[in-house]
Design a protein around this ligand. Structure first.
Ligand SMILES: [Zn+2]
Length: 66
């Protein structure tokens, strides 16, 4: 739904990087490889990287019904 503020496993604050990830990643709006984007954002641990790779942003779909 919304990207969680912290990584579920290690507690690193990750939500501050979601906007950059969306605008730069080629699976979203940008044209860079998602792996390179996460490397440059300093998201190195695989527990944190899965938070970005596996997230589906549904807030704009669901918000009219709340
Ligand atoms: Zn983590």
């Amino acid at each position: 739904m919304i990207i969680p503020v912290r990584c579920f496993t290690c507690g690193k604050v990750i939500s501050e990087h979601w906007g950059d990830y969306v605008s730069r990643s080629n699976t979203k709006e940008g044209d860079e490889d998602p792996s390179d984007v996460l490397d440059s954002l300093g998201i190195n641990r695989y527990c944190c990287r899965r938070m970005f790779v596996s997230h589906i942003d549904l807030i704009d779909v669901v918000s009219p019904y709340q």
